[in-house]
Structures are given as C-alpha cells and as structure tokens.
Design a binder for this molecule. Structure first.
Ligand code: UD1
Length: 428
C-alpha cells in the first residue's frame, strides 16, 4: 500500500440515500482561528464559546500554548484563553506548517511585544498562498521585516507598543492578511486605515471581538477599515458565529441527493450566494426562522455556472462541493475560480468516480447528469475532501475516502452528522 494511503483515518461511504432530517452547524473554523489569535493582544481572559472541535483548532491551540498562552477548553465548545505570560514570540516551525491561520499570531505578537517570528504558514495545498500582504502591512506600520533561513522576523521600530498607525493598501483583499494587519493596528500609536480590506464575515467577527476588547475599529465589513490605536486591550467574551461553509456543504448535500433537510444554526444572512445558486439549480431553499435553512427536492437539478469570489460572492471554499452537485445536473455548468490558483485538486478524484469534468487552469466544465460509482479516492484538502464525500452520497456502491484527516481539519463530527441524516458510513 502506498505510504499516503496509510495516513490516518478513512471513510467508507455507501451511496444512494437521500438525506433526511436535521443537522446542526458547528462554530465557524476561520472565525474561531482568528479570534483565538486575538487573545494574544491582552493580559486578560478572552472567552470564546461555540468553538468547533476540529483539528485546525487543536493545532492552533497547541501553538498558542507553546507561546505561553493558557487555554482551558470545555466539551461544550467554550474556550478560555489567557496570554498574560507570553514566554516566546517565536512560533515553532513544526506547528506553523500545519495550519494556515497560525501565521496570524504575527500581528498580535508584533503589536504587543514588539517582535514576532514565524515560518510561512501551512494549510491546504490550494495555490501559492503568499503572505506579502501581511508583511507589507507590518512594514507600513514601521516594522522591520526580514528573513532568516525559512523564517520571517518582524520587529517594531522601538520595542513593544511602538508600531505606528498607517494607511495600508492591500494588493489583494486577503482574509487572513486583513485580520493580521487589523490585530497589529489595534495597539499601534495613532490611526490606521486598511484599504481594500477583505469583507468576509470572519473578518467582521474578529473586528467585533476586537471592539469588545476595547479596540476602536470602524468600517467593519467594508473595504476600508479604520482603526484608532489604543495603549491596551482588555478581556472579552464572544460566541463564534456558525460555520457558513459547513452550512453550505450540508445544504449542497441535501440538494444533490434530492433530500429534505433542516440545517439549524446556519448563518443564513451571509449565505446569499450559495442559496441563490442552489435555487438556480432547482433546489427548494427556504429560510425558517432566524438561523434555519430548509432544503428540499423539486425535480431534476439544472446546470448553473458560477465564479468563486471574495465575499459576498460564492465562497471559494464551496467551489468543490458545488462542483460535486453539478455532476448531477442535466447539462453543462461552467465554473471559474477567482481566488486561488490551485483549487482543482478535486477534479481528478471526481473523475475516478465517473464524473465528466475537465479543468483548464482556473476553470472547470462539468457535464451531467452522470451516474457516479464508488471508487477509492483521496481527500486532497479539506474542501476537495468535502466534494468527494458529497459525490459518494450519490454514487452507486461504496466509496473509500482516504486521507480523511483533511476533513477533520474543518468539519466537526462529520460522520456522526451524516449518519444522523441517514447516510451509511464507517470511519476506519
Ligand atoms: C482564508 C480562509 C480560507 C479561504 C480563504 C478565501 C482561513 C484560515 N482560511 O484563507 O478557508 O478559502 O480565506 O476566502 O481563514 N494573497 C496574496 N497575498 C497575500 C495573501 C493572500 O496575494 O499576502 C492571495 C492568495 O494568493 C489568494 C487570495 O489572496 O489568491 C486569497 O487568499 P486569502 O484571502 O489570504 O486566504 P487565506 O486568508 O489564506
């Protein structure tokens, strides 16, 4: 058996069941990760609730503990973080390489302690994922940025608390870049403006937590965020918003299998793009109450074309799951990926299951409907993994999804939740 197949858990999924029932969405991965990093900005407790039990949270928690942060976690999703005794501002390379969000310790460490060092971030292999936007922001605030071997070093001009507020233009509205620069700016001297900021809900959630900690931030959710630096921040409590990508994945799964599913605690107000595309594909999608989405079947699926874009466009993290759905739509759908340059890893895996998809660089053309069959496939990243899991739900026979640890990075108790909707699957 090749080495990569021996790594970690796998799923064995029996196809053919339409999903029925209710599923509850967990706390948002990307929101939680950034909010955990914000705890580095204060000596007081930051308490987060609704933190998802996923491995990306575990690995970031390990990193924060290594830096000296005390973390208490409770099974109900509450997490208390205290960074009163940060013992090092050097993030260990082996922990950084696991998780893209881990580079977001740089901004808060630099702001509060005047120094930070880290290897470039890890995470999914979905493109080049540079960090120039983060570093340019730190430099604009007066930091000296240098490279030592594989590590990046950032030093404030005159020690702790000496970053200067600045006007920062982001070459690209990077989500983690905006979050990192925001966290640096809240403790800088004077005013900062982040121009071409990312507007993703997870950036907004971080902004609101920073406000609750005493930061002065305006323009949250717009492309121009203003920050008036303050000398210190205090503790705060916040609930992590539900995961819009997990909610979208279950909605797509329900539509694709011709099921009838209530997705509870969905952040419906930030899901316009996926709801619009599912309706265009012929699914019945209705909001029930504030945070409930009901997805039902309404005849055969129709092809839809879409672009994966920064928010409020259709999230790049839902590109691969949507592509899986479109294998079941009667006709040709065209997909353009406009955020990452290597989001097409799922294409080869879906083809192993009989899908008719061709990809040309950043576009994919899906012809359907195809009758998919079980196969041995790999979860090549967290969302490519979601795409093969979804395809497995409609495939004839058994699909074995190797490298399921990628799914564990972003989907809490995925097997339990799918079983609750009537899917027969085993985790091995
Ligand atoms: C975050 C999310 C990820 C999501 C992505 C886009 C986290 C932990 N991850 O990733 O799930 O898919 O947003 O919504 O929150 N770029 C630059 N220079 C930089 C940084 C990024 O050019 O310094 C480019 C990237 O190459 C990419 C684009 O910006 O093309 C988007 O990246 P970014 O928004 O930074 O994504 P992440 O924050 O890494």
């Amino acid at each position: 058996m090749p080495l990569n197949r021996a790594r970690g858990p796998r799923y064995e999924v029996q196809g053919g069941a339409a999903l029925h029932g209710t599923v509850r969405v967990s706390g948002g991965k990307n929101a939680a990760l950034a909010m955990m990093c914000a705890a580095l900005l204060t000596t007081e407790d930051v308490v987060l609730t609704n933190v998802p039990a996923i491995s990306d949270v575990d690995s970031l928690a390990d990193l924060l503990v290594t830096l000296g942060v005390t973390i208490d976690r409770h099974p109900d999703g509450a997490m208390r973080l205290n960074a009163s005794r940060v013992s090092t501002c050097e993030a260990p390379t082996e922990l950084i390489s696991e998780n893209r969000a881990s580079f977001q310790v740089m901004g808060p460490l630099l702001a509060r302690h005047g120094f930070a060092s880290s290897a470039p971030p890890g995470g999914d292999v979905i493109g080049q994922r540079p960090i120039d936007v983060h570093l340019a922001g730190f430099e604009a605030m007066g930091a000296r940025v240098s490279r030592e071997g594989e590590r990046w070093l950032a030093e404030a001009p005159a020690g702790p608390g000496s970053l200067r507020g600045a006007r920062v233009f982001m070459d690209y509205p990077s989500v983690s870049g905006t979050q990192n620069v925001m966290m640096a700016a809240v403790l800088a001297r004077g005013a900062s403006t982040i121009v071409n900021a990312a507007t993703e809900p997870e950036v907004q959630e971080l902004g609101h937590l920073l406000e609750a900690m005493g930061a002065r931030v305006t323009g949250i959710g717009t492309q121009c965020v203003d920050v008036e630096g303050v000398p210190t921040l205090h503790g705060a409590t916040a609930r992590v918003m539900p995961d819009r990508i997990e909610a979208g994945t279950f909605a797509i799964a329900a539509a694709m299998t011709g099921g009838d599913v209530l997705v509870e605690d969905a952040p419906v107000h930030v899901m316009d793009a996926v709801v619009a595309k599912l309706r265009a594909a012929g699914a019945l999608v209705e909001q029930r109450g504030e945070g409930c989405l009901h997805i039902a079947h309404d005849g055969p699926l129709r092809p839809v074309s879409f672009q994966a874009l920064p928010y409020p466009g259709l999230a790049t993290d839902l590109h691969a799951p949507m592509a899986a759905l479109l294998t079941q739509a009667a006709g040709v759908s065209i997909i353009h990926e406009r955020v990452f340059d290597n989001r097409m890893l799922y294409v080869g895996e879906l083809r192993k299951m009989g899908a008719e998809i061709v990809s040309t660089g950043s576009s994919a053309i899906v012809s359907g409907p195809t009758s998919l069959h079980g196969a041995r496939v790999r979860a090549l990243d967290v969302r490519a993994g979601a795409a093969v899991m979804l395809a497995a739900l409609v495939a004839q026979g058994t699909t074995v999804v190797d490298e399921a640890y990628h799914l564990d990075r972003g989907y809490e108790r995925l097997d339990e939740k799918l079983r609750g909707l009537g899917v027969r699957l085993e985790r091995a």
